[in-house]
Design a binder for this molecule. Structure first.
Ligand code: SF4
Ligand code: FES
Length: 255
């Protein structure tokens, strides 16, 4: 395949940026999108130019570092697929492809296609953990968990923290990420002891960095793990319960 790439180049957080055009030839349709960028960089280096800076780590859809805006879509045209698992066969010979960093006020651009997604880490630090020692794995029948509940928790735990939901949202909202991380723990018995404090702490930390959710649903569309916006409803429900003045009256512990 022969393609024309329009790639966002920006020297640093305070520098101005612009799209540069790079024709690229002999791209194999079985390459991943990141392998195609590797080829671009090898050719830029051979020609004495600076390579394009972009993030990646696992290259198998797990780590969440590789998010790019591809033709205006977070992670590109294939639903439920992270950039590293997108293949060039999704494009046609002769295509022009515009590649930009995630565009979100909460994710400042560091260089070229790399953004700072540390506000997502700040939400996890506020409560995305269980601090009790859970010990060694117990027999499966020691803590009975209904299958639909375990499945829902696993679905939430699939979030890879890529930030595509934020980049896709016209409000720059972080609700899908936060609700996924929150519900992975809040749904399980092991997560109950810290459930209400976790909910308040994570939601309020989220609000320090991100905009409000107004149910556009773009986050779910962009999510490479197809996290459901139902989790946002569960998070809102838990937040209302967590802020009850006297939680004992609804059978919950007080802080
Ligand atoms: S909810 Fe989806 S889009 Fe948002 S950070 Fe998690 S995996 Fe990425
Ligand atoms: S490089 Fe890890 S999810 Fe893409």
């Amino acid at each position: 395949m022969n393609l024309t790439l329009r790639v966002w180049r920006q020297d640093g957080p305070t520098a101005g940026g612009k799209l540069e055009t790079y024709p690229i030839t002999e791209i194999n349709e079985d390459m991943s999108f990141l392998e195609m960028l590797d080829v671009l960089n090898e050719r830029l280096i051979e020609a004495g130019h600076e390579p394009v800076a972009f993030d990646s780590d696992c290259r198998e859809g797990i780590c969440g570092t590789c998010g790019l805006m591809i033709n205006g879509q977070p992670h590109g045209p294939q639903r439920g697929t992270a950039t590293c698992q997108l293949h060039m066969r999704k494009f046609r010979d002769g295509d022009e492809i515009t590649i930009e960093p995630f565009r979100a006020a909460s994710f400042p651009i560091m260089k070229d296609l790399i953004v700072d997604r540390s506000p997502l880490d700040a939400i996890i630090e506020a409560g995305g953990f269980i601090s009790a020692d859970t010990g060694a794995a117990q027999d499966a029948n020691m803590i009975p968990i209904p299958k639909p509940v375990a499945d829902a928790s696993m679905d939430a735990a699939a979030c890879i923290g890529c930030g595509a939901c934020v980049a896709a949202c016209p409000n720059n909202a972080g609700q899908l990420f936060t609700s996924a991380k929150l519900n992975a723990l809040n749904l399980m018995p092991q997560g109950q002891a810290q459930r209400w404090d976790r909910t308040i702490n994570m939601v309020e930390r989220m609000e320090e960095f991100f905009g409000s959710c107004t149910n556009h649903g773009e986050c779910e569309e962009a999510c490479p793990k197809e996290i459901s916006i139902d989790f946002i409803a569960y998070m809102n429900r838990d937040y209302v319960k967590a802020t009850m003045k006297n939680r004992k009256l609804i059978g919950q512990t007080t802080p």
